[in-house]
Design a protein around this ligand. Structure first.
Ligand code: NAD
Ligand code: UDP
Length: 460
């Protein structure tokens, strides 16, 4: 832990971090990382601490933790607690993770959602600005809203703009049509000198034919058509270029995105007008152990968590996974442990991170929600040895699942240029691998509890 260097080769000095929302999913992983791999001190602020208990309590062995004295839990609600300012003043850096951030709340509790994501964050920004303290504020990829492409009719010619070979190859890797990175690189090398468009290229067919023995020409033919329909300019989300496109006010789903957008603008303006040192993080579907809750076990029976926990709950109970509006929306999922590496780089490289907004996601892990359900079903069956259900999924309307006012982001692919340039960060874990470790955790943590809950007779 001693003699750690930042990206510019300078020694990293231990700092004190006020982490608000430290007891949540991301906070628990960030606390764990800071305790086990750095010398920093954390003032952990939250109304709950169940997910960081293992860091706070004395180990059963009686041997103190490596990090003894470096983490303190402060149970407080930032809505109404005067201790917040003094905790920020005592710290070198504040990280604000506190939020209502489950889509089931956005349309059913829009006031709480707006207060939590905008009003309650205001004093945090103000205290940081007034006391010249650095702030890392957690926003969301949802500030991009819907993609430009989603407004084009399905067969619009603009959708069919041809793509470069490099992009084609990246897509192939993203969808894991290449058997290995090695094959992917060979493919890139063979085509990298070409800048002409994929669809216009006359020798593509012969190139594909020459690859037949390794990958099979049939799959290539099908995917050429698909690539022609996906123009990246219409859906790859760039921090400094993409617009934020939300639905009408009646679609209360956008209360969250809109509140997050306004607090981003406020943080940015504090930087521009009052010199606040800030970094804004836009997570793109970070998933892994300890995310949300399993309804009826460690959360309310009627609660609706985010998709990972919903599908885990269905798998644990051996009931079909529910596909909202057919599960056609697309998401890119990144493993929490990869994403936390990015946050640590931001913490320890302020000169490179200050003044920036960062997408943090894994563009290579894109699937539709329906594909996610299929992969999770397959991986869960492998992890548990239980056969998959005969009918593994069912369709449900968004109105029935979430209620009135729900709407959806169609597709979310993060552009990685800025985080790559500033921090050299890249995600590592494939969707399959991250689901394997996450579902192993879910099964170990919840299978027994679910068995007990399900064996209880239903209340009369
Ligand atoms: P989470 O719900 O697990 O954690 C949020 C924590 O904040 C909870 O422990 C909650 O108790 C605490 N909190 C909320 N209001 C509080 C208050 N008034 N006072 C004190 N504590 C309060 O959520 P998460 O997934 O860890 O997300 C953290 C942040 O990242 C949020 O701002 C969220 O909007 C953002 N985000 C996360 C994802 C993701 O993929 N997980 C995606 C987009 C954005
Ligand atoms: N979803 C689904 N079934 C579920 C839960 C969610 O089909 O049981 C869908 C939801 O409609 C959305 C996607 O999965 O299209 C991701 O939902 P999540 O709650 O993780 O949050 P989001 O990515 O929308 O912020």
């Amino acid at each position: 832990m001693d003699n750690r260097l930042d990206l510019d080769g300078k020694p990293i000095k231990p700092i004190t971090i006020c982490m608000i929302g430290a007891g949540g999913f991301i906070g628990s992983h960030l606390c764990e990382k800071l305790m086990t791999e750095t010398p920093h001190t954390v003032l952990a602020v939250d109304v709950y601490n169940d997910k960081i208990k293992h860091l706070l309590e004395q180990p059963a062995s009686g041997q103190p933790h490596l990090w003894v004295g470096r983490i303190q839990f402060h149970r407080l609600n930032i809505k109404n607690d005067s201790r917040l300012e003094s905790l920020i003043k005592m710290s070198d850096l504040t990280i604000n993770l506190a939020a209502i951030c489950t889509p089931a709340d956005y349309n059913t509790r829009p006031l709480d959602t707006i207060y939590s994501n905008f009003i309650d964050a205001l004093p945090v920004v103000r205290y940081c600005s007034e006391n010249s303290k650095r702030l890392i504020h957690f926003s969301t990829c949802e500030v991009y809203g819907k993609t430009i492409g989603s407004f084009l009719p399905k067969d619009h010619p603009l959708r069919k703009m041809p793509c470069s070979f490099r992009f084609f190859a990246t897509l192939l890797r993203r969808h894991q049509w290449m058997p290995s990175m090695c094959a992917h690189e060979a493919f890139l090398t063979s085509l990298s000198s070409s800048t002409s468009s994929l669809l216009a290229h006359p020798s593509l067919a012969s190139k594909m034919a020459s690859m037949r023995p390794r990958w099979g020409a049939e799959r290539f033919k099908i995917e050429v058509v698909m690539v022609g329909m996906d123009e990246p300019d219409f859906y790859v989300l760039k921090e400094d270029e993409s617009p934020c496109i939300f639905g009408p006010i009646e679609k209360q789903r956008w209360s969250y995105a809109c509140a997050k957008q306004l607090i981003e603008r406020l943080v940015f303006a504090e930087g521009a007008e009052n010199g606040l040192d800030f970094t804004i993080v836009r997570p793109f579907n970070w998933i892994g152990p300890r995310m949300d809750f399993i309804p009826g076990v460690d959360g309310p029976s009627e609660g609706v968590p985010r998709v990972l926990a919903c599908f885990s709950n269905n798998l644990l109970r051996r009931e079909p996974l529910k596909l909202v509006d057919g599960g056609q929306s697309q998401r890119t999922f990144v493993y929490i442990k990869d994403a936390i590496e990015a946050v640590l780089l931001m913490i320890e490289n302020p000169d490179r991170a200050n003044g920036h907004i960062f997408n943090v996601g894994n563009p290579d892990n894109e699937v539709t929600v329906k594909q996610l359900a299929e992969i999770m079903t397959e991986v869960y069956s492998k992890v548990t040895g239980e056969p998959p259900l005969e009918v593994p999924t069912i369709d449900i309307s968004s109105e029935e699942f979430y209620g009135e006012g729900y709407d959806d982001s169609d597709k979310r692919i993060p552009d990685m240029t800025i985080i790559n340039r500033q921090l050299g960060w890249n995600p590592k874990t494939s969707l399959h691998d991250l689901l394997d470790s996450t579902l192993t955790y879910q099964h170990k943590t919840y299978a027994e509890a679910i068995r007990k809950v399900m064996s209880k007779p239903a209340a009369a």
